[in-house]
Design a protein around this ligand. Structure first.
Ligand SMILES: [Mn+2]
Length: 382
């Protein structure tokens, strides 16, 4: 009889993240905003390292798309590796995704040259020992759209009696909203079938639990307005081969992407409604704020709204307001603000009639409304 070792309180504790998309160009934004967005993604690495330190996690597992492209600029790769080298209290596991798949030879050749001893690049589907009793099974994509289940080999993989953790990148069967619109291939019960204590997934940029032991970590920094969720990583605490993994979400995002819909009724104070819809002042410099205004407003209210939007805009890292969907309501009292009589009043009446005339083509009505708004804004200044 061999006496059993006393059970350690934490068998294995790690952080699961994915989809850092380092070097993402963010081409639709102005150059200063693009630089800030790229910097936030690069900063995700030291932020993850700090979370690992604070939570006693020994490893950080990146489930693909660490790099946005198969050919990132050399400084993107070098600086990522240097950042991981500096965070040498953790072991980094970097697995390719579909954006940075394993056949991106130039990328991974340089990464291997630059990688410090505490970084492991898992480019092939074979077991990797994370510790004496924990084995990682990686499923690195080897092309942009593999179109098949790369986790299939997990089930038959021989790993003695070690704790098995899986790492994969792609969408789950019947999980329709693939981030890439690609084919859905990972079975949602792969962890159970393959005897994994935990399966960490990448590809979906929001955080999502697929099964008791299967999670998408989501990206540590948002890259759009799509996911209505605080970007975060997952702290995974495994206390034994048969104990369920304890999973905790840890916020990681430095920048906030907020899309707000403001639907105005015809008789409200538009500027006050706008003020109520604004994020708190203290967070605006790190917020991308996309405002979409619909509904109806009287002409003076519309002008007041446009001014409120223009006044708040410089508070934000980036701001866009779309008020094309805001319709016009007016009565003769509104037109009095332009003039009670004379040529301007006559022009305003014609424009108001045209803007409200459903029989006219939309272009004509939009032009009339824009001209009428101009008249009102001049009237307000006079
Ligand atoms: Mn991705």
């Amino acid at each position: 009889m061999i006496a059993q070792e006393p059970r350690r309180p934490h068998v294995f504790k790690f952080i699961h993240s994915s989809d850092l998309h380092l070097g993402k160009p963010f081409g639709r934004f102005p150059e200063d905003v693009r630089a800030r967005l790229r910097q936030a993604r690069a900063d995700a690495l030291p932020r993850l390292a700090a979370l690992a330190r604070d939570n006693d996690a020994s490893h950080i597992l990146l489930a693909g798309d660490t790099f946005d492209q198969t050919t990132p600029a050399p400084n993107i790769i070098r600086q990522a590796m240097n950042m991981m080298r500096a965070a040498d209290h953790v072991t980094w596991i970097v697995m390719p995704g579909n954006h940075d798949h394993s056949n991106a030879t130039q990328l991974w050749r340089q990464a291997m040259e630059d990688a410090p001893p505490n970084v492991f690049l898992l480019l092939t589907p074979e077991p990797h020992a994370l510790s004496a009793d924990v084995t990682l099974l990686p499923a690195p994509p080897n092309e942009r759209h593999p179109g098949r289940d790369l986790t299939e080999w997990f089930t038959g993989a021989k790993t003695s009696e070690a704790i098995r953790i899986g790492l994969a990148h792609g969408s789950v069967t019947n999980f329709e909203s693939s981030e890439e619109g690609g084919s859905s291939v990972i079975p949602p019960d792969r962890a159970r079938v393959a005897g994994l204590t935990y399966l960490g997934l990448g590809d979906w940029h929001g955080q999502l639990q697929i099964a008791p032991d299967t999670w998408y970590s989501g990206a540590p920094e948002a890259d759009g307005f799509k996911h209505d969720h605080t970007p975060s990583a997952l702290l995974v605490d495994i206390k034994g081969p048969r104990a369920p993994a304890e999973v905790t979400s840890l916020a990681t995002g430095a920048l906030e992407w907020r899309r707000v819909s403001l639907d105005l009724m015809g008789d409200v104070d538009a500027a006050a409604s706008h003020a109520a819809a604004l994020p708190a002042l203290s967070g605006r410099a790190t917020t991308l704020f996309d405002l979409v205004v619909t509904g109806l407003a009287a002409p003076m209210q519309r002008v007041a709204l446009e001014r409120a939007i223009a006044a708040a805009s410089p508070d934000f890292l980036w701001h866009r307001a779309d008020i094309d969907g805001l319709g016009l309501v007016h009565d003769t009292g509104d037109l009095d603000a332009i003039d009670r009589q004379g040529a301007l009043r006559a022009a305003a009446e014609v424009l108001a009639d045209e803007a409200a005339d459903d029989s006219l083509p939309p272009d004509t009505r939009d032009t009339a409304q824009a001209a009428l708004s101009l008249l009102f804004s001049y009237a307000l200044e006079a």
